[in-house]
Design a protein around this ligand. Sequence first.
Ligand SMILES: *Cc1c(COP(=O)(O)O)cnc(C)c1O
Length: 464
Amino acid sequence: MRYISTRGDRTERRFCEILLEGLAPDGGLYLPVAYPQVDDATLSRWRGLSYAELAFEILSLFIDDIPAKDLRSIVQRTYTAEVFGTPEITPLKPLEPGLALQALSNGPTLAFKDMAMQLLGQLFEYELGRRGEQLNILGATSGDTGSAAEYAMRGKQGVHVFMLSPQGRMSPFQQAQMFSLQDANIHNIAVEGVFDDCQDIVKAVSNDLDFKRKYKIGTVNSINWARLLAQVVYYFAGYLYATKGNAEKVSFTVPSGNFGNVCAGHVARMMGLPIEKLVVATNENDVLDEFFRSGVYRPRGTADTHETSSPSMDISKASNFERFVFDLLGRDGARVKALFGQAGGFALDADEKARIAGFGFVSGSSTHADRLATIRACYRQYGQLIDTHTADGLKVALQWREPGVTMLVLETALPAKFAATIREALDIEPPRPAGLEHIEALPKRVTQMPVDTAAIKAFIAAHV
Ligand SMILES: *Cc1c(COP(=O)(O)O)cnc(C)c1O
């Protein structure tokens, strides 16, 4: 399989060439030249495979520059019951007939980003080892992404992680998760500023091309193709767990921010997985809901981005969204380039808008009050405690159920991560997974630094 850009550059690249990259050179995102097709016989053959075996089968369709025996060993090291808590890796939690949660958040950081990041850690170590290279990952985080990256890369050969976070602005639990890592290759930097300051420093360092080259600076942001590919697997797993035969259809509801998770569902559907609907659920930051209702894509400024109780969905623009638009517009790279080059967003024409339904997409949004009500209702009716992001999903899912189609709601985080809202909704303390009860008391490894790009460059130079 080869990969091309969404903005018209048709240079075909192999998987390992784009593995360590973000954007394509023309500013677009990478997608496969064509989606491999999975027929009924293949789906039947995949029933009953372990999650790791299923992952191997799917990844093999997209990766032809890692020998099969190596790829198999990479996925078997990644998707273990030890790391993800159960042999099914993403088990279903039935709520009532035709409605279930799919648990994606039983990895080390209790959020679905582990599903992809854990694989990325193994792939990076493998590929860097093969090339004899080193990579220094620089990132900014306000919570989930940073910790998932650190847990994936800890102890990996050839990789250092420098993660900037706004001093004192993450929850004590999130801080403890990141700062308690004692691995020599993980560097936590608490910046005396806000998240935007952290992001500005990352941009400034990345724009210094000499520094970037000399110190081999890279990122692990959500537009990385390998991350998206890893997520395709659990749509197949969810389908196979929920159905008995391939004549059945299922729908997925996906709590969405940067459109990475649901974009993987789009890829699975394009491969032929019988998905009826892909339901995009947003919180008050409803740029995606607005698009799927109106065909108008209107990214927001920082001032119009709300801080909500489902913070991992608080986005102003959806960085993976361009991948779907490329397919929607018949893979017309020039048109995609023109649309995404426009400041302030774009509006599809009537013809283009009419095509959305054919891709199965629908949407909805929710508010803080909806989240509280949904957390309460789910707990009282089904005895299941869900987190605020999953609550956004469940609320919207209930609006899109259809007779005869099982609805799977992706559970993207555990309630323990968002304890304050659980207390507000139900006045109870969400349980923590074993081993994390006293995480706040562990010794912390973090360096506090001012908002000063030069100082942070010096820190990186001294630690690689
Ligand atoms: C990142 C995240 C999301 C949003 O996923 P996207 O791939 O950015 O759409 C939803 N819920 C949780 C808990 C997350 O960490």
